[in-house]
Design a protein around this ligand. Sequence first.
Ligand SMILES: N[C@@H](CCC(=O)N[C@@H](CS)C(=O)NCC(=O)O)C(=O)O
Ligand SMILES: [Fe+2]
Length: 286
Amino acid sequence: MAPLVEPFYDPATATVSYVVHGGAGSACAVIDPVLDFDQRSGRTATAQADRILAYIAAQRLALAWLLETHVHADHLTAAPYLKARAGGRIAIGAGVVAVQRTFGALFNAGAAFRADGSQFDHLFADGESFAIGDLAARALATPGHTPDGVSYLVGDAAFIGDTMFMPDGGTARCDFPGGDARLLYASLRRILDLPSATRLFVCHDYQPGGRAPSWQTSVAAQRAANIHVRDGVDEAAFVALRTERDRGLAPPVLLIPAVQVNMRAGALPPAEANGVSYLKLPVDLL
Ligand SMILES: N[C@@H](CCC(=O)N[C@@H](CS)C(=O)NCC(=O)O)C(=O)O
Ligand SMILES: [Fe+2]
């Protein structure tokens, strides 16, 4: 089974969102949709999400699922915006509870914020099967970049979130709270154990060397050439390389707004008495 996959690249955050479906008139899932956010003004916008809605309308798709591969730290999710306009259930991996505990405490979100995943419509257990209309799908826990990392397998396609990037882009960082390079190595091996022709769709492309953006690769290509985790790189070598690289990385530009919104399944923090929602900026903490 080879479902159709439509990519939507967001140059502002180097994120790739996807619509996966079985053909015009069928059901679809949207993976990792982006809500535009201007840090300077604190304004959201929906240009990226509206491109996805236009595609869904043009293909006459029924939106069944809004799938997050993790609580993103680099962009805000547009899942609630898409759900309000086209329906569907917002889902993430069951590990989100650990992420909510960590970031709920870090942002002092208070008792009103429950670290139980209840903000999402569904939490996927490792190995859980589900359906996107007639398409059979499965969630595969792939933590390491974050504790809630999950990949979605749909036919011969795998949406691998922030685990590996394109072969020349290597792998995701493991220095966020709850990140773990050893865990990521195990997750990477799980993906690399899938059939070699499996199509892999990555969540970011940082255009190494300035090449054009690209987002689709395969298990075979990653095993042959991924600069961090090709065949022959063992756990110790990977962890050493990953840890060394993470030492030099600055926090993502949108880390602070993104996490506060995404840990709430894309909802803004509750509005204050004047009707405005505010995001916090912890001082001398991160
Ligand atoms: N410059 C980007 C960096 C974003 C970033 O840190 N991305 C994470 C995934 S959320 C990552 O794994 N990056 C790996 C790397 O930069 O090598 C930004 O500010 O948004
Ligand atoms: Fe990420």
